[in-house]
Write a protein that binds this ligand. Structure first.
Ligand code: NAI
Ligand code: MG
Length: 381
């Protein structure tokens, strides 16, 4: 008996600048993964971004949100353009999507692949393999607050940070699930000594949720100390769970440690089945290099790998990760003309390696661990 064909519907949102360039490379890699692993995708192009906004005035129309809801995942490039006031597209599209799709978790692997240069002297790949689980919906980013006496010397700004049991518990539970299929260590990163009220809620979640995962060791680190430990002792961390603001900051530090913008990947996950998850390289639209073939597609390809893990294609996810890691390991530089190959050519190299299975396997691939976690969430175990 042959297995039924697996089909996934993907919304492709290339965006602006280098977004379409790295997304095209990732789609070539997806073609290769489909051929080798025997699944298919139905792809819908969604033309959001600067051009669409300038010609129609639309950022994220309701009809588009509804259309995106009908897909299994969103593959996102980057958004932002010098032709549009900064913030309009970023807030109106990316942040709006994260909110409307209830993308509760921002997942950011910090892994130094073999052969990738890091600015941290002496750091080796064996010592740097962690995942940051950032709560993606609230904290200081709920945009609650007020200003009085604006523009005077008496101006007062109140900016609130909102933490609910609902969001914190689900982020912490997801982090425990991930730790369970990895090295079984979960660290809470916060500032409980100063942000006492929010700290109590996060600490309670670590204790109460942790009771359900007795084989996961737990640990705590203040966010300021994290900024010292992450670059110098990354081996201390396996899974790290943190709030929205701290997560925003420490994940950028993580990206630098792992080799920079060109190689860092991310996922915005809906873990409740109430919306569509979105996968994107962490870099922006890089207008300074757009149109030249100078963008490194590794971040986009690793985001594709994460998407495949999320869709349950664990083997394909691991193969794409391995191929992207093998190709960047051979580059003389990670960005620009010095890479020695264009974005398209690098996409082709990664695709070829996926097709022929020639890349050495990446041990403990987060991308395939994610497939396990998502399967557990789907069957309610
Ligand atoms: P950026 O990430 O686009 O670029 C920063 C620097 O890194 C540039 O010099 C760029 O050439 C380089 N770079 C970025 N990605 C690269 C890649 N894959 N390969 C080689 N080099 C790469 O950040 P920037 O310049 O601050 O922002 C540009 C636009 O992107 C703005 O409109 C910004 O708002 C937007 N943006 C969008 C994001 C998103 O779509 N998620 C995230 C960050 C910024
Ligand atoms: Mg950031």
């Amino acid at each position: 008996m042959t297995e039924p064909q697996r089909t996934h519907s993907i919304a492709v949102l290339p965006g602006d600048g280098i977004g379409p360039e790295v997304t095209a490379a990732a789609l070539a890699v997806l073609d290769a993964a489909q051929e080798r692993f025997g699944f298919t995708t139905e792809r819908t192009d969604v033309p959001l971004g600067a051009d669409h906004y300038l010609s129609t005035g639309e950022l994220l129309p309701d009809a588009t949100v509804e259309e995106l809801r009908g897909h299994d995942a969103i593959l996102f490039g980057a958004i932002g353009s010098p032709t549009v006031t900064p913030g309009i597209l970023e807030r109106g599209i990316i942040l709006a999507l994260r909110r409307q799709m209830e993308q509760a978790i921002n997942l950011r692997p910090v892994r130094l692949y073999d052969g990738v240069p890091t600015p941290i002297a002496g750091l080796t790949p064996e010592r740097c393999d962690m995942v940051i689980v950032r709560e993606n919906t609230e904290g200081a980013y709920v945009a609650q607050g007020s200003t009085v006496h604006a523009g005077t010397s008496a101006q007062v700004a109140v900016q609130e940070s909102v933490n609910t049991w609902y969001a914190v518990e689900r982020a912490v539970d997801f982090a425990f699930r991930l730790a369970s299929v990895r090295r079984k260590k979960l660290t809470l990163c916060h500032k409980t000594n100063v942000l006492v009220e929010a700290g109590k809620l996060w600490t309670r979640a670590m204790e109460e949720v942790g009771a359900r995962y007795p084989d996961v060791e737990t640990d705590y680190v203040h966010v300021d100390a994290m900024c010292m430990h992450l670059p110098v002792n990354p081996e201390r961390f396996d899974v790290v769970v943190t709030d929205n603001l701290f997560g925003d900051i420490v994940t950028d530090l993580g990206a630098v440690v792992q080799g920079g913008l060109g190689v860092a990947a991310s996922g915005n996950l809906n873990i409740a089945g109430t919306g569509t998850s979105m996968f994107e390289p962490i870099h922006g639209s890089a207008p300074d290099i757009a149109g030249r073939g100078w963008a490194n597609p590794a971040g986009a390809c690793l985001s594709l790998s994460m998407m495949l893990g999320h869709l349950g294609e664990g083997e394909a996810a691991a193969a794409v990760e391995a191929a992207a890691a093998a190709v960047v390991a051979q580059l003389p530089a990670l960005a620009g003309a010095e890479m020695g190959a264009t974005t398209e050519e690098l996409g082709r190299r990664i695709a070829d390696l996926v097709r022929d299975g020639g890349a050495p396997a990446v041990e403990g691939s987060l991308m395939s661990q994610l497939a396990q976690v998502m399967a557990g969430l789907r069957d309610g175990s």
